[in-house]
Design a protein around this ligand. Structure first.
Ligand SMILES: [Zn+2]
Length: 89
């Protein structure tokens, strides 16, 4: 039962499953780390599909910081990152 090649698993903030986290979320810094430690790969794939639609629909431009903020907001909402852990709301 060698497990040394197994990926570290995380508790996903969106689906509540314990599974391998996102490998390379392509966000730098704390947000990237948060994604890696709180989002599973399935949910990340789902977000990436939705992300394309959000970008097209809102006509986001990554050269503008404001567009990036809007996209991150949608992402956090979709992935459930802003839900406080263990809160009863
Ligand atoms: Zn998940």
């Amino acid at each position: 039962m060698s497990q040394d090649t197994q990926d570290p698993t995380i508790l996903c903030a969106r689906c509540g499953q314990t599974s391998p986290g996102v490998e390379s979320p392509h966000f730098p810094g704390d947000l990237g780390k948060e994604l890696q430690s709180r989002v599973c790969r399935n949910c990340w794939t789902e977000w990436q599909n939705l992300e394309v639609m959000v970008i097209n629909e809102l006509q986001l431009n990554f050269m503008e910081p404001r567009s990036m903020e809007i996209l991150v907001q949608h992402m956090r909402e979709f992935l459930g990152l802003d839900k406080a852990a263990g809160s009863g709301e």
